[in-house]
Design a protein around this ligand. Structure first.
Ligand code: PGA
Length: 252
């Protein structure tokens, strides 16, 4: 049985002091590890401080980005190999902001996923369509293309170590959450796609999260839907009271 994953992507937010106090508050929560797993994804500069907290209290630490070489002359980059040495366990790949502002393409996602898997880190592979794509009715094809770019090159065992996050771009940071039905039908589609590429057993083991304007008012309903194994939260993860309510939505 898949438990729920609640991941907080802080993006480029929080000064050092604010980051410390938010993490301290989250660490005080009692998370029932049999039901929920919390992942905090702060800016890279805080990972050396927070990485050592990974696995404490049912909470893990994730990175927002990684570079697919281990070490070398790649100024400004941080590799999966270095992240591992900090205790980081998860890493986002292909977030729509990386795709839009930093030109991260499907092939880059594949390289990053491979490098992360090689180091034993769990990639959180983000996929999702822009509004124009949905309006044209091509959202399933779009997500399929993004997913297959990675899934066709990994083994079944590797796939069970990858988390997928469906994040419709039009819902990110806009306050426009996908309806539970819209999210649910895409999640079922993703699981069916995995089942077709691999098999139903593998498909049942893969976590598929929803992201895009998740907040304390909609998290519970989203997470109650079949095939939605948790949420990737941006804005609402920056406010302790909201994030806490999203986590408790799993328990209640
Ligand atoms: P949001 O961001 O919750 O602020 O919409 C989600 C994300 O980008 O992961």
């Amino acid at each position: 049985m898949r438990k729920k994953i609640i991941a907080g992507n802080w993006k480029m937010n929080k000064t050092a002091g604010d980051a410390r106090s938010l993490v301290a508050d989250i660490m005080k929560l009692s998370v029932d590890a049999s039901k929920a797993h919390v992942i905090i994804i702060p800016p890279q500069v805080y990972l050396s401080e927070f990485g050592s907290l990974s696995k404490a209290n049912g909470v893990s630490i994730g990175a927002q980005n990684s570079y697919p070489k281990n070490e070398g002359a790649f100024t400004g980059e941080v590799s999966a190999y270095i992240l591992k040495s900090l205790g980081v366990e998860y890493c986002l790949v292909g977030h729509s902001e990386r795709r839009k502002y930093f030109g991260e393409a499907d092939l880059d996602c594949l390289e990053k996923v491979n490098a992360l898997l090689e180091q034993g880190l769990t990639p959180i592979l983000c996929v999702g369509e822009e509004l124009s794509v949905r309006e044209e009715g091509k959202h399933f094809d779009h997500v399929k293309k993004q997913l297959l770019a990675v899934l066709t090159s990994v083994t079944p065992t590797e796939l069970t170590k990858i988390i997928i996050a469906y994040e419709p771009v039009w819902a990110i940071g806009t306050g426009k959450t996908a309806t539970t039905q819209q999210a649910s039908e895409m999640h079922s589609y993703i699981r069916q796609l995995i089942s077709d590429q691999f098999d139903a057993k593998i498909a049942s083991q893969v976590y598929v999260l929803y992201g895009g304007s998740v907040n304390d008012a909609n998290a519970k309903e989203l997470m109650s839907a079949n095939d939605i194994d948790g949420v990737l939260v941006g804005g609402a993860s920056l406010i302790f009271t909201s994030f806490e309510k999203i986590i408790s939505a799993v328990k209640s």
